[in-house]
Design a protein around this ligand. Structure first.
Ligand SMILES: NC(=O)c1ccc[n+]([C@@H]2O[C@H](COP(=O)([O-])OP(=O)(O)OC[C@H]3O[C@@H](n4cnc5c(N)ncnc54)[C@H](OP(=O)(O)O)[C@@H]3O)[C@@H](O)[C@H]2O)c1
Length: 320
């Protein structure tokens, strides 16, 4: 079978397609024929080895595993003897990031914890784009942010995966939603449903005087005091990721200064995915895809994510 391999850290020229045998599932595993995968921060940091701290995860001198991929959608090929909930032919998807990485391959073996039935109306490209970013938005807004009806909400880094799903979930709560991202993405963001959009290169949303009940941040480039200034009394700031030194400051003021309105989400992969499946099947939640790129154009797909020229979730089709 073919798989995508990252040989060394570089900006380009290090992504290759190699061959290896199809894996055999253990008794508690399912063999899945992968149809589509997505590109996330995980892949870009594996390609570049930047920021260098990520090399603690990927490998100090070169990627030790070299096989990227957290999300997948595909078809069950065969099941181990202990598997009761899945059978060959089932269309499945999920985020594997709590125990397994390496979905950019024609076949993968997974335990049941990372396998879910696809929404019945989703294509493979749509399904693979759902679990990671939608869970960040869902858990950020609902579990950490305690979103309430009619709130005034701001999403920073709103033109990426979290922003796609965040605006739709916030709208289900009747929220007025502002999205902050780069100028080139603002028109697309309005089409996704944002009421107001802000170009972060021109306007610092923490200095406009506007205040919000809930801020969800996928990039977190500011200090805790800046976020507090942009919150209404009783408001909550939730970061799902971003600039490491800023994240450490946010964690510090939460833990040691008792500022419980500044929160950091630790993603629990796939927890709540049943709700996303239900919303998708009812047509209440849509996804937006950049691509899909065929497997042989994987380097282009990963580079498009790295250069941030993508609009929507970057999808690679492994097998049509
Ligand atoms: N909490 C957890 O457990 C957990 C787990 C996995 C991942 N994560 C994190 O979750 C986040 C995933 O977000 P995503 O999938 O939505 O990422 P994404 O698709 O890369 O989108 C991020 C958006 O932010 C924009 N942006 C960059 N710098 C910005 C700034 N200073 N101000 C406003 N917008 C800015 C980017 O646009 P341009 O670059 O074009 O300007 C891009 O459109 C990442 O930070 C990831 O590391 C968290």
């Amino acid at each position: 079978m073919q798989y995508i391999h990252i040989s060394h850290y570089a900006q380009t020229g290090n992504i290759e397609i190699l061959d290896k045998p199809v894996p055999t599932p253990q008794p508690d595993e399912v063999l899945i024929k992968v149809k589509a995968v997505t590109v996330n921060d995980y892949e870009w940091t594996m390609v570049t080895g930047e920021p260098k701290l990520y090399r603690l995860m990927h490998g100090i001198f070169k990627p030790k595993n070299g096989l990227p991929g957290m999300e997948y959608a595909g078809v069950v090929e065969s099941v181990g003897s202990q598997i009761k909930n899945f059978k060959p032919g089932d269309k499945v998807f999920g985020d594997t990031s709590d125990y397994f990485f390496g979905t950019f391959a024609e076949y993968i073996c997974l335990r049941e914890q990372a396998i879910f039935k696809m929404p019945s109306n989703a294509t493979f490209a749509e399904a693979t784009s759902l679990p990671h970013a939608s869970m960040l938005a869902y858990q950020g807004l609902i579990k950490e942010g305690n979103i309430k009806e009619g709130q005034k909400i701001l999403i920073n880094g709103a033109g990426g995966g979290v922003g796609i799903f965040g605006v739709q979930i916030a709208k289900m709560y009747g929220a007025e939603v502002t999205g902050v991202d780069t100028a080139a993405k603002l028109d697309t963001m309005k089409n996704w449903g944002y009421d107001h959009v802000i170009d972060y290169k021109k306007i610092d949303f923490t200095k406009t005087g506007e205040q919000y009940d809930l801020i969800l941040d996928a990039r977190s480039t500011r200090n805790p005091s800046d976020y507090e200034r942009a919150l209404l009394p009783g408001g909550v700031f939730v970061t799902v990721g971003g600039d490491l030194p800023k994240l450490i400051k946010i964690m510090f003021v939460n833990k040691f200064l008792g500022k419980k309105n500044l929160r950091m989400l630790a993603l629990r992969p796939n927890q709540g995915l049943y709700q996303i499946v239900s919303w998708f099947e009812q047509g209440k939640l849509k996804t937006h895809i950049d691509g899909p790129y065929p497997m042989e154009k994987s380097a282009d797909a990963i580079l498009s994510f790295g250069k941030a020229t993508h609009k929507g979730k970057v999808v690679i089709t492994i097998d049509e």
